[in-house]
Design a protein around this ligand. Sequence first.
Ligand SMILES: [Ca+2]
Length: 296
Amino acid sequence: MNSNIKYLLANEGGSALIITLLIVSILVGLVVDFVYNVYIDSSSLSNWGNAQKASLVARSGQVLSSRYLRELRKYSYTDVREAVLPVTMDFGPDTALVIKVEDENSRFNINSIIRQNGLTNDDALSSLKKLFEYLNINSDLALIIADWIDPDSEPRLPGSEDAAKNTFLWSIDELKLIQGMDQGTFGKISPYITVYGDGKININTADLPVLVSLHKDITGTLAKRIIDYRKDTPFKEPSYVQRVSGMEATGMLLIGKIESRSSCFRIISTARVDEITRVIESVMDTSGNIYFWREG
Ligand SMILES: [Ca+2]
């Protein structure tokens, strides 16, 4: 091989032939390899068919889910944070569909700290700070995120506008670009935040740290009391949270920030045909609007 390279360098006239020979031998190698793979894997054609079928079944899962979400509009409250939808449809032999639904209104919408007009939503920013404090994260990070999202370039902290996006986040993964957001911190907050939904928190489904973030007077103990209460008695109206002992006054201040039913959900539809799996993930609301779609 070394002598060939030397020859190529030394003799431009002869190099073309050698390169042609090399390409031909690579092509022959590829063709042999290709035919061999087809030969040894007699099921590859059926794998292709199975992949097509799996994609279609996964899409069917999304369609079924959108119908299911529309049905939810009939109810005054929703109290399921995560669920696997029952699938009764038969898609044929060796075919399975699993649909997982997750409530996005159980999470804090991180975009809500900045209003549509670009001004800061101080109330929501306080909530994000409190969420960080509860999770033992430096609450200055909330200010850096606010600068990252807000349209102006006036830093709240030194350097906090550096390389800022200056508009709303499309995905919580974008937070990883922000200074001070290491993998550990992101891992702590990611279960509790979203970029989807109307910014209102479903009082029936929010996890304890999100409940704590709702107001300065809500302690971990009080949030736990809300969770204990709703286990037996889901909140049929947002104002019913005032019925929890200790929430009589604070509950009234939450009106407008909380709701008793969710409108935005993440749908993970996993279809398997024989050995082939296809996953479609989406975020959609109960009116049929789709905010996110990924096929894999
Ligand atoms: Ca900014």
